[in-house]
Design a binder for this molecule. Structure first.
Ligand code: ADP
Ligand code: MG
Length: 376
């Protein structure tokens, strides 16, 4: 059922205090999986500090000596492999939920390469431990049941693949985003479901997830090549917006480098993902720089999230990383991206992932030179 409601800009109902941070950038390292441990994969990521993550990149010099490049990055929060979804939620999405419940606009992104833990963070673990979606939904309904204001919750869930929108709550129906005369972005035909309880909202989400999983085939799973956007909106008596939160499970960031893939479809997908992630970075940065112009038209992703980049909205990005030594290059790319999204605060001087070179005493065995053939 489509309520056909206009998707106008959320009024800034509760003005934030001056100087308060609007962007929170966090890193979450996942543990090595059983299979990785069995293979003897090395763990290249250290998270001993709450705000600092260190990547140990092993390199071989021209003289074949080994050395380690230690890349150090600083973020608002760094979660190690021991952190639970509950802990991550409390420190990332919980403040966004509170902001949304008081009428604000908030967006939570899961960024990272495929297999780094985005879906685990958003959706929960295979053993049934809830993810950010569920923890947020439970808090929203606890608030609604105790609040004297009669707000209703609405949910929509869709996917962006190759610049096209598909409704996950309506058999993947193709959708079209347009700007109306007031410059508000509308998604024509998007199914928006009114929900009365946390359980019914979670049921709607799981229907959408089932739809998303279809078409999955191993490493090339569609879910790694598309962005999934879950929107939970509160509406007051006259159906005016009374708060909104987005949860965005982004396409695998490594796909952005598929632009040179010999397979034409992968190249198109890669270019599209690259474009949307770059546009996202630019749009989030305008939140911080108080720029008048937001380059949201550069991708479908940023177009539909337009309201998230204006007003008093709050943004949280969780950059998920794999501990694997073999994934170091992608991990560094993820951290560099997250680093650019970071708000320009006193930590600015710590931007860029400063690098320390550490020699390793083991000299790599030099392969024997080819013997010259001596003719007698
Ligand atoms: P992505 O969505 O980024 O492709 P997944 O969330 O599917 O990655 O994670 C890949 C694998 O790692 C899954 O088997 C998942 O269960 C596991 N995993 C990810 N994050 C964690 C974590 N924090 N703790 C335990 N296992 C995790
Ligand atoms: Mg995933």
């Amino acid at each position: 059922y489509n309520y056909g409601l206009p998707r106008s800009s959320t009024p800034a109902l509760n003005k934030r205090r001056q100087g308060e941070q609007r962007i929170c950038v966090c890193v979450r390292k996942r543990p090595l999986t059983c299979a990785e441990s069995r293979r003897g994969e090395a763990d290249a990521v250290t998270t001993s500090d709450r705000e600092c993550v260190v990547i140990n990149e092993t390199k071989v010099a021209l003289d074949l000596t080994q050395y380690i490049l230690q890349h150090r990055f600083f973020f608002n929060q760094v979660f190690g492999e021991e952190s639970s979804n509950e802990e991550v939620y409390q420190r990332t999405a919980y403040p966004l939920v509170q902001h949304m419940l008081s009428g604000g606009e908030a967006t939570c992104f899961a960024y990272g390469q495929t297999g780094a833990g985005k879906t685990h963070t958003m959706l929960g673990s295979a053993t049934g431990k809830p993810g950010l979606y569920e923890l947020a939904v439970r808090d929203i309904f606890t608030h609604l049941s105790t609040s004297h204001v009669q707000n209703q919750a609405y949910v929509s869930f869709f996917e962006i693949y190759c610049g096209h929108l598909y409704d996950l709550l309506d058999h993947r129906k193709r959708l079209f985003a347009r700007e109306d005369r007031k410059k508000a972005v509308q998604i024509a035909g998007l199914r928006t479901v009114r929900v009365e309880s946390a359980d019914s909202l979670l049921e709607v989400i799981s229907q959408g997830i089932k739809e998303r999983k279809q078409g999955t085939n191993g490493v090339n799973a569609l879910s790694s090549r598309s962005h999934a956007l879950l929107e939970i909106q509160l509406k007051g008596e006259n159906l005016q917006s009374a708060g909104r939160i987005w949860f965005v499970d982004l396409a695998g960031s490594e796909r952005a480098s598929d632009t040179k893939d010999p397979n034409r479809q992968s190249r198109i997908e890669g270019a599209e993902i690259n474009q949307s992630l770059l546009a996202l970075k630019e749009c989030i940065r305008t939140l911080d720089q108080k720029k008048q112009h937001i380059p949201f038209r550069q991708s479908k992703l940023t177009q539909v999230l337009k309201d998230s980049f204006i007003g008093d909205s709050l943004t949280c990005m969780i950059a998920n990383i794999s501990p694997c030594h073999l994934a170091t290059e992608h991990t560094l790319n993820t951290l560099r991206y997250a680093d650019r999204v970071k708000e320009l605060t006193k930590q600015e001087c710590l931007r860029g992932g400063n690098v320390v070179k550490i020699p390793v005493n083991t000299r790599k065995e030099i392969p024997p030179k080819k013997q010259k053939l001596v003719t007698q």
